[in-house]
Design a protein around this ligand. Structure first.
Ligand code: C2O
Ligand code: CU
Ligand code: CU
Length: 475
């Protein structure tokens, strides 16, 4: 186990020279900051069960690198990440959205089950300088960690890289972990790349770097948690914390581990599992969420790093040279405050009934190749799959190329039946499933409501923007 001091020095030695902006100046010892929670969006409605908020996307000048300059960004309500939308099952949510960007955008409520016209898909662009109200109601059982981000045609990668992403938490009235007194924290993971002036860097479209980005998804060398670089999270002896982790990165996939302890995973994209599961590490592909518990079991005044372990999702030709390096995201700091009595971790979280697959309306095979789904690029005028409300379907998502593609379906949670033929050991509600190179996963989904057009796509943002997306129409 590393001491805080050692962890901090190791980080400065490794990470700072890698950031262009720091190269010219000698880094001073950065004092680690405590992880902040993004501000919670204020509910302006006084009617019980109605949440009314205002969200504005606009250009801003913010400091992204610690000690760095103010740079041009896009931000929701002036902060990166944007404010957290913190709501409850049963709430009717009204979001007064204003687009003050110099370009069209949308707000997509990633993972939320809602009407198609409220989904913020590329079919419903919000023009520059205009406003739009998004309305949806959060059903029973929808509690989970979600996030919101722009989804305009071909510009999602750019707008998210510029700073547009935020968390959305739906809470259950009877959350067993909250009832056990376990506090939760939101951790939004992102990465970014900067030029020598400290500005967010995008490659010249004709450069080799641009084609590598299209291949891998744009990865940055600076890793952020809630917009902070290598913050600390204090924990007391005996304390248990629930971390809700969102991967908002365009291309980077995280394999999270905490030095010195195993993780107790309690949930995934669409909320809690049935039971907690003890794991050594947990993968979070692009747009996925995980929830896990961590414990205050370390030596007082020592730190343990939350690590991103190597994971090879790449084609050999474009695999970064340092792909096999472990990176650090934050330090868990065991404080010397008086210990607290450890809470009882509930062994039962909530029921997740398996889909009834005795009557399956359709079995489909969806083939992901580089930049294409079923051999085609997305066409907004085309419908790729037709089905109807009430149908239960089984989809085999096949990846026929030599890099991973995380498959995302809008609007409906699915259950992963198997991965590479291996039955999925833990049932959970998913909206994204990583499909490793040259393999396939099988998912079951039920279209219980909400006719309309729904996107499905690879969630590597550059792949999505390049057209690795299809449209499902439900009648
Ligand atoms: Cu995060 Cu089309 O989605
Ligand atoms: Cu989505
Ligand atoms: Cu992809």
């Amino acid at each position: 186990m590393q001491t805080l001091e050692r962890a901090r020095r190791a980080w400065i030695a490794l990470a700072l020279p890698a950031m262009g902006w720091f190269a010219s100046t000698r880094p001073r010892e950065a004092t680690p900051e405590v992880l902040r929670q993004p501000p919670v969006l204020r509910n302006t409605s006084s009617v019980p069960g109605i949440v009314e908020v205002t969200l504005t996307a606009a250009p801003a000048r913010l400091r992204l690198l610690p000690g760095g300059p103010l740079v041009n960004v896009y931000a929701y309500n002036g902060s990166i990440p944007g404010p957290t939308i913190d709501v409850r099952e049963g709430d009717s949510v009204i979001i007064h959205f204003r687009n003050q960007l110099p370009e069209p955008t949308t707000v997509h409520w990633h993972g939320v089950h809602l009407p198609a016209d409220a989904d913020g898909s590329p079919l419903y662009p919000i023009a520059a300088g205009t406003a739009h109200d998004y309305r949806f109601r959060l059903g029973a059982g929808s509690a989970g960690t979600y996030w919101y981000h722009p989804h305009p045609d071909r510009r999602s990668g750019f707008q998210i890289a510029m700073g547009l992403f935020g968390g959305l938490i739906v809470r259950a009235p009877n959350d067993p972990l909250a009832a056990a007194g376990i506090p939760d924290k939101l951790l939004i993971l992102s990465d970014n790349r900067f030029d020598s002036t400290g500005a967010v860097a995008f490659p010249d479209p004709k450069s080799i770097q641009a084609s590598i980005d299209v291949e891998n998804g744009r990865e940055g060398n600076v890793l952020f948690v809630n917009g902070q670089v290598m913050p600390t999270i204090p924990i007391r002896r005996g304390e248990v914390q629930r971390w809700r982790v969102v991967n908002a990165s365009a291309g980077r996939v995280y394999r999270l581990a905490l030095a010195g302890q195993r993780l107790v995973q309690v949930g995934t994209d669409g909320g809690l599992f049935e039971h907690p599961v003890d794991v050594p590490d947990v993968m979070v592909a692009n747009s996925e969420r995980v929830e896990f518990l961590i414990r205050g079991t370390g030596e007082p005044e020592h730190g343990a790093a939350l690590e991103d372990l190597p994971y090879d999702r790449y084609m050999p030709q474009t695999r970064p040279a340092d792909w096999d390096k472990t990176r650090e995201l934050l330090t868990l700091h065991y404080t010397d405050e008086p210990s607290v009595r450890p809470p009882e971790i509930p062994s039962v979280l909530r029921p997740i009934p398996a889909f009834d697959t005795t009557h399956v309306a359709a079995h489909r095979v969806i083939v992901m190749s580089q930049g294409m789904i079923d051999g085609r690029q997305m066409d907004m005028q085309r419908v790729d799959i037709r089905s109807h409300v009430g149908a239960t379907e089984i989809w085999t998502i096949q990846n026929v190329v030599g890099m991973d593609h995380p498959f995302h379906l809008h609007g409906f949670h699915f259950q992963i039946l198997d991965r590479g033929g291996v039955p999925e050991p833990i049932r959970g509600w998913k909206d994204t499933g990583n499909v490793p190179k040259h393999s396939s996963i099988r998912i079951a989904v039920r279209f219980d409501d909400y006719p309309g057009k729904w996107m499905y796509h690879c969630h590597i943002l550059e792949h999505e923007d390049e057209g690795m997306m299809g449209i499902l129409q439900l009648r």
